[in-house]
Design a protein around this ligand. Structure first.
Ligand code: URA
Length: 186
């Protein structure tokens, strides 16, 4: 069981697919090779892992790393919802198809959805990108596209004024809620 890890008032939350073997053993998301790439991409926009909150769609490792099943996603969904409610990130970055399709409630694939920002639930901005494991398979072209998406995260964070403790007090009242995709997640 791997619940999530990170800063309780993180401005950026990252949502992956499901824990793998390394994560299952250590109880922390993204600690294997995909996690190293994730750390590198974060460092590229001057963000260190302890500043963000990282969670997965599934909280348990699927046997033999198979794809998550629809009933497993439904079972775990309330936990992810609650994590997002508690952390109240300004930006949610989804990694890969499973997280992106669930959080944007769409069947459209990640290749078409990435490269853009979406006004999302609770006034947050959602930015989808490829799963780092896909980049490890796909090489520099995929990594370059991920770097573009991370740069978009940086730009959105830089354009949002930060008040100390903004996410830890009464978040309902201090985030402007806008955009056509509002309330998309639940
Ligand atoms: N892949 C994921 O989607 N999540 C992890 O935590 C590790 C690998």
């Amino acid at each position: 069981m791997v619940f999530g890890v990170g800063h309780r008032s993180a401005r950026l939350m990252i949502v992956g697919e499901a824990p793998g073997k390394n994560e299952d053993l250590q109880g922390e998301p993204f600690v294997g090779p995909a996690g190293l790439l994730l750390d590198e991409l974060l460092a590229g926009i001057d963000i260190a892992r302890p500043e963000v909150y990282i969670a997965n769609v599934l909280k348990c490792r699927p046997p033999a790393n198979r794809d998550p099943k629809p009933d497993e996603i439904e079972t775990c969904k309330p936990y992810l919802q609650e994590q997002i409610r508690m952390i109240r990130p300004e930006v949610v970055m989804t990694l890969g198809n499973f997280a992106t399709k669930l959080l944007l409630r769409t069947d459209t694939g990640i290749t078409r959805l990435r490269g853009q920002r979406y006004d999302w639930w609770l006034g947050a901005t959602l930015i989808p990108t490829f799963h780092p494991a896909a980049a490890l398979r796909g090489g520099e072209r995929v990594k370059d596209q991920m770097r573009e998406d991370f740069a978009l995260v940086r730009a959105v964070l830089d354009s949002t004024p930060t008040a100390e403790g903004q996410n830890s007090s009464d978040p309902e009242s201090d985030r402007e809620v806008s955009g056509s995709q509002m309330e998309l997640f639940p």
